[in-house]
Structure formats: C-alpha cells, structure tokens
Design a protein around this ligand. Structure first.
Ligand SMILES: Nc1ncnc2c1ncn2[C@@H]1O[C@H](COP(=O)(O)OP(=O)(O)OP(=O)(O)O)[C@@H](O)[C@H]1O
Ligand SMILES: [Mg+2]
Length: 63
C-alpha cells in the first residue's frame, strides 16, 4: 500500500529508510528519550511506527 495517505507501519511499505530505521531501532532500545524531527510530511510518523513494530516494544501512540 505504497500510496496510502496514512503513515506506514510495516517495514516492507517503508521506502528508502533502511539506515534511519536501524538508527531509530537502536535508539529506542538504548535511550530513555528519542526525538524524531524533520520537515512536514517526510515520513517521521511512518519511521517511528515501523521502528516500534520492528522492535516489538510496547507502546501507546497519541497524535
Ligand atoms: N519512506 C516512506 N515510505 C513510504 N511512504 C512514506 C515514506 N515517507 C512518507 N511516506 C508517506 O508520506 C505521507 C507522510 O508520511 P508521515 O505521515 O509518516 O510523515 P510525517 O513526517 O509524520 O508528517 P507530518 O509532518 O504531517 O506529521 C504518508 O502518506 C506516508 O505513508
Ligand atoms: Mg507525523
């Protein structure tokens, strides 16, 4: 579902974020606070949701 307007949450739907996904996965496991910042509509929420799913960490999402 590459053209779905909602944020992606599966690795196979997330395009060209392999390095960012690895960095965020590691940060989520090692840090108490992680900030993802960037220009509007560039995939921040998609990256975050996918990383949370990949790590298997429990999470609550509000936005
Ligand atoms: N790397 C990506 N692979 C696939 N789809 C993407 C990617 N980055 C962004 N998109 C798509 O672009 C749109 C915006 O993505 P997303 O909502 O994750 O960005 P955002 O940075 O959190 O946006 P906002 O600034 O509005 O919060 C969505 O349709 C999302 O599915
Ligand atoms: Mg967002």
């Amino acid at each position: 579902m590459l053209f779905n307007l909602e944020p992606k949450d599966r690795r196979e739907d997330l395009y060209d974020f392999d390095r960012e996904l690895r960095v965020l996965e590691r940060a989520l496991l090692m840090s108490k606070l992680v900030v993802v910042k960037g220009i509007k509509r560039t995939g921040k929420t998609s990256l975050m949701k996918t990383a949370l799913n990949v790590t298997g960490l429990p999470y609550i999402l509000g936005y």
